[in-house]
Write a protein that binds this ligand. Structure first.
Ligand SMILES: *[C@@H]1O[C@H](CO)[C@@H](O)[C@H](O)[C@H]1NC(C)=O
Ligand SMILES: *[C@@H]1O[C@H](CO)[C@@H](O)[C@H](O)[C@H]1NC(C)=O
Ligand SMILES: *[C@@H]1O[C@H](CO)[C@@H](O)[C@H](O)[C@H]1NC(C)=O
Length: 417
């Protein structure tokens, strides 16, 4: 009975007025939870040692009795399933979830981390990734209706499983939220067990899964479908120049994207050293000969700026004036003496809240607080201790960026959503 309450609540966002009632119900529900839940892996402190977790079988969730459900994985692998939807609200009410993760983020993270895989679709020209349809645990509608890959994705119930080496994309998601940029997509780390997936996805490796945006805008051009608008480097630089409003041309490529978006992108890409979008030719640093930009003979184009184009410049159909950041794994090991400052070229103002967070000296601890939410990632990386070198790298890049802002007399602008 208590669980039914949980579920009903999990389905709707409570209005502020309902929160009080919700809290009361939550306490009631907690009081009625079976004692076995106390041993649920998800209720253990994040720092708990790894081994006991794997042995503890999570309690069966009610829905697993349903005949339409895919076969339950062996108990020892059941660690990737949560006790139920109520957990999200537990986090929120208990003050456990950091404020920079919205309820929508938490809901999507939950779906990605524990939703049942109900379908898989190959992504044309991207052999290393797989799009999967997901059903939330305890989703009765999903229990009975057949898998409908396209419909599920249109409803926002799909994720993109990437390579194990793309795991840093999860860190990028948390960095985005900690800095208040809110331009990247929810991402979690997960070990998959579904029999629908090929063995290389279920062999025990941790992979990132990124929420699939239903309405990314793609150019019609088959050779350039990784963009919502075609933009060359020179056009981009021209667009960044301050100009009189009368000269704004409405039909220039990407003109629906305000300058603040490029500032957010530049800041984010610099911290992560994502070169693909703004400088896929590695013009801003001396690449090793083994780098793809050298091997694919892109680097030599740097001599002719008119040939350089931006890639992965994407917006949603429903929000054409906001960039969507995808493929954010970046380069955590990019050497500090080769940082790509070309990513910052032309940007004369940065989002105030993000810069304030960088200045606060708290980036490291905020990121830890955020990453702790992703238990698979957290434990695979060895917790706070294991993550330290990576976060120090981001920290040092942040300080270098702040110095750059100061030395170039750059300004900040107030954030708008
Ligand atoms: C699982 O397969 C992936 C992709 O082929 C590979 O990168 C990874 O090393 C494998 N992991 C294990 C534990 O065998
Ligand atoms: C920044 O401002 C200072 C003082 O106004 C000035 O001396 C310096 O040349 C400026 N630097 C740049 C890069 O514009
Ligand atoms: C974050 O972005 C999403 C759309 O991507 C939007 O719905 C939400 O309101 C934004 N949140 C904030 C705090 O700006």
């Amino acid at each position: 009975q208590a669980q039914r309450l949980w579920r009903r609540m999990g389905l709707k966002s409570p209005t502020p007025a309902a929160l009080g009632v919700l809290l009361a119900l939550a306490l009631l529900a907690l009081a009625h939870l079976p004692p076995s839940l106390d041993r649920s892996p998800h209720l253990q402190p994040a720092s708990s040692p790894l081994s006991p977790r794997w042995e503890v079988a999570a309690p069966l969730s009610r829905g697993q009795a349903c005949s339409e459900r895919p076969p339950a994985p062996p108990a020892r692998l059941r660690r990737d399933q949560p006790p139920g939807r109520g957990r999200r609200w537990q986090w929120r009410l208990a003050g456990d979830a950091p404020l920079w993760l919205s309820d929508d983020d938490l809901q999507k993270m939950q779906l990605l981390a524990s939703g049942w895989v109900v379908s898989k679709t190959r992504v044309p020209a991207h052999g290393q990734v797989l799009r999967v349809g997901l059903r939330a645990v305890g989703d009765t509608e999903g229990d009975t209706s057949p898998a409908d890959p396209e419909g599920d994705c249109q409803d926002g119930r799909c994720g993109l499983i990437k390579r194990p080496s793309d795991l840093y994309e999860v860190l990028a998601f948390h960095l985005d939220r900690v800095l208040g940029l809110n331009r990247s997509l929810p991402a979690v780390a997960r070990r998959f067990t579904s029999h629908l997936l090929p063995y290389s996805y279920t062999n025990g490796s941790l992979r990132p899964i990124i929420w699939w945006v239903p309405d990314l805008q793609h150019l019609e051009d088959a050779n350039n479908d990784q963009n919502s608008c075609a933009l060359g480097w020179l056009q981009y630089q021209e667009m960044l120049k301050p100009r009189r409003p009368t000269l704004v041309t409405g039909d220039a490529p990407c003109s629906s994207i305000p300058r603040g978006e490029w500032s957010r992108l530049a800041l984010f890409d610099f911290l992560l050293q994502v070169h693909d979008r703004l400088d896929r030719y590695c013009c801003g640093f001396q690449p090793d000969p083994s780098e793809p930009c050298v091997e694919e003979r892109l680097h030599e184009k740097c001599r002719n700026p008119a040939e350089l184009v931006l890639v992965h410049i994407l917006v949603r159909k429903s929000a054409p004036s906001r960039l969507v950041f995808i493929d954010n794994a970046g380069r955590p090991h990019h050497p500090e003496e080769k940082l790509n400052f070309r990513l910052l070229q032309g940007i004369d103002s940065f989002p105030a809240a993000a810069v304030a967070t960088l200045r606060s000296g708290r980036l490291h601890s905020l990121l830890l607080e955020s990453l702790r939410m992703d238990r698979e990632l957290w434990e695979s990386q060895g917790g706070a201790e294991g993550l330290r070198p990576l976060l120090r790298t981001i920290d040092r890049r942040a300080r270098i960026l702040l110095r750059y802002i100061q030395e170039h007399n750059l300004t900040v602008f107030g954030d708008s959503p």
